[in-house]
Design a protein around this ligand. Structure first.
Ligand code: G
Ligand code: MN
Length: 350
């Protein structure tokens, strides 16, 4: 990119000043007339359930069909606020057609934070605020607002929850933790892509999941495309997942094909569970099988002459394994006595 040094000696980017652009204006007007919303599921893996949908804007106008082009046109033409209003009104209209109990994630462009309509308790979206999570990205710098904290508080007072979008996409995402104190963060798909083959990203995601758990922030992993990515994420403590693996964005609230819920859990052998409860039961059976292999000298049969103390030690060791597995899979810790392990089968050594 060519640059020049202005009189002040400050390096300035050599970009033409935005001027009138009648062609773009006409395309944008057609795009606004053809706006519609699509929805992509966000699932809770342990529940095998859709818990939310992200609303994404699309347009019938082919020239601005790509959302990034649509938004840069809106920025260029100073139309972010009118377009944001249309999108929010469009989502509000569709809330009543969404499956019961699911939340809707709605992307808010930074420029919309200047729009009084966003904070109006009588606006259509505010009326359903308890079902809405507003996704805010630092792609568009939030530094422009000196009072960003108060703006976010006003939105929360209306009942909205807040998500930081695109964490890890190379913007100042981490600073927004402190500034926005979001209920949710969304890990950008650039972190997720190929995570099963990348130890560095695995470390990062495990740490982010842990930090967010401590801070009471829920984490959505975006752009999950393969079962390998999914299973790796689950092993790293992720539970809320979104991406083409589950469903592409679509007009009517799309469902998830049942086959996607099945997992072989390559990282936890023999654990094809469907619900958190079933996962626990499977785990208990797997541990019972395991008990035969846990004796201290590494023999594969349980020693029939083992003392009660040794069996007790084995049980405690097994329970520690359960707790470790529960923690890595983001399941709640066990209540005392919740998981009763039947006495191990004492096989006679051949
Ligand atoms: O910036 P934001 O995270 O809101 O953008 C989401 C975009 O990513 C949408 O345009 C959506 O269509 C797209 N998308 C959603 N899931 C996937 C996925 O699994 N893979 C890819 N490549 N894109 C996705
Ligand atoms: Mn988003």
């Amino acid at each position: 990119m060519s640059t020049n040094t202005g009189e002040s000696g400050v390096l300035a980017l050599d970009v033409p000043a935005p001027g009138p652009d009648p062609v773009l204006e006409r395309a944008f007007r057609r795009a606004m007339d053809g706006l519609y919303m699509v929805f992509q599921p966000i699932v809770s893996w342990t529940e095998r359930e859709i818990v939310a949908y992200e609303a994404l804007v699309r347009t019938c106008e082919p020239e601005l069909a790509r959302p990034d082009l649509l938004f840069s046109a809106a920025e260029r033409l100073d139309m972010i606020i009118p377009m944001g209003r249309r999108i929010r009104r469009g989502v509000a209209q569709l809330v009543s057609t969404a499956p019961e109990r699911v939340s809707l994630f709605v992307n808010v462009h930074g420029g919309e934070l200047a729009d009084p309509d966003l904070y109006d308790p009588a606006s259509p979206l505010s009326r359903v605020a308890h079902r809405i999570v507003l996704e805010i990205t630092e792609r568009w710098s939030l530094d422009r607002f000196h009072d960003i904290g108060e703006r976010i508080r006003a939105l929360r007072d209306l009942g909205f929850r807040v998500a930081v979008d695109d964490l890890g996409a190379g913007y100042a995402g981490l600073t927004s933790f402190a500034r926005l104190r979001p209920e949710v963060v969304k890990l950008d798909m650039s972190l997720i892509r190929g995570v099963n083959e990348d130890p560095t990203r695995q470390h990062l995601i495990r740490s982010l999941n842990g930090a967010c758990r401590d801070l009471g922030i829920r984490v959505v992993a975006e752009g999950v495309e393969t079962k390998e990515e999914r299973d790796t994420l689950v092993a790293l403590g992720s539970n809320l997942l979104q991406g083409y693996l589950f469903s592409k964005p679509a007009r009517a609230f799309p469902v998830v094909e049942t086959a996607v819920w099945d997992a072989e859990y390559t990282h936890v052998k023999g654990w094809p569970a469907r619900t958190a409860q079933a996962e626990l039961l499977e785990l208990r059976d797997a541990l019972n099988a395991l008990l035969g292999t846990l004796n201290t000298d590494g023999a594969t049969r349980y020693d029939p002459t083992a003392t009660a103390t040794e069996v007790g030690a084995l049980g405690r060791r097994a329970l520690r394994s359960v707790e470790a597995l529960l923690a890595t899979n983001n399941l709640p810790s066990l209540e005392p006595g919740a998981l009763s392990l039947p006495a191990p089968k004492l096989a006679k050594t051949a």
